[in-house]
Design a protein around this ligand. Structure first.
Ligand code: SAH
Ligand code: MG
Length: 198
């Protein structure tokens, strides 16, 4: 256990050094708070990077729980695979290498928790696919939803314009859809928390 903690700390330091945008501590806390009572058995993650968040989430799973996580960058996916093996989590975390835009429509499982943390321009599509696979008691977390404050400001210049427009569209959909309940948190780079209205 202690050994795994050290390994995880090393994965985190290396990722930060390489400027890989891994989940922030306060975001992780907010997620844990919301799922500790209703532990997930099936988690879907969009955007594995080197496996850091998936490894963290594995501690939240039920005893037989598993995580499917999608990554399109082959080098990162290979590093994630190594990290997951080193933590002896290969039976719990399944990496799917490919573009989530192509992979998601091929999935037909149900998930208790979905973590969206990949291309911001694709968030509305990721949402549509996530809702299709979300269990009645499931919960969707979308990271970076406020994108350095751009999303809530009148910022619309620059090369991030498409990302900002799509993040705004995501927020509009989850807040205006009458079947959904959503909280927008300021932790990290912004976290949207969405579940079915009771
Ligand atoms: N969830 C990770 C960090 C993910 S960073 C953690 O917190 O530890 C975002 C990752 O999403 C990057 O590695 C990037 O390659 C991947 N990504 C971006 N767009 C994608 C897409 N369309 N399909 C699959 N992966 C994508
Ligand atoms: Mg993120």
């Amino acid at each position: 256990m202690q050994e795994n903690k050290e390994k995880l700390a090393k994965i985190k330091i290396k990722a930060l050094e390489e400027h890989i945008p891994i989940i922030m501590d306060d975001t992780l806390e907010e997620i844990e708070k919301r799922i500790e009572k209703n532990k997930p058995t099936k988690i879907l993650e969009i955007g594995t990077a080197v496996g850091y968040s998936a490894i963290c989430f594995s501690a939240f799973l039920t005893e037989n729980g598993t995580i499917d996580t999608i990554e399109r960058d082959k080098t990162r996916a290979a590093e994630a695979e190594e990290n997951i093996k080193a933590m002896k989590l290969e039976n719990r975390i399944n990496i799917i290498v490919g573009d989530a835009v192509e992979i998601l429509p091929t999935l037909n499982k149900k998930y208790d928790m979905i973590f969206i943390d990949a291309a911001k321009g694709k968030y509305p599509f990721f949402l549509k696919e996530s809702l299709r696979m979300l269990e009645p008691k499931g919960i969707i977390f979308a990271d970076n939803i406020l994108y350095k404050g751009y999303v809530m400001s009148d910022y619309n210049k620059h090369k991030q314009r498409t990302a900002v427009r799509n993040l705004r569209e995501y927020i509009k959909e989850v807040t205006e859809n009458e079947k959904l309940e959503t909280e927008i948190l300021e932790s990290g780079d912004g976290l949207a928390v969405t579940y079915w209205k009771k």
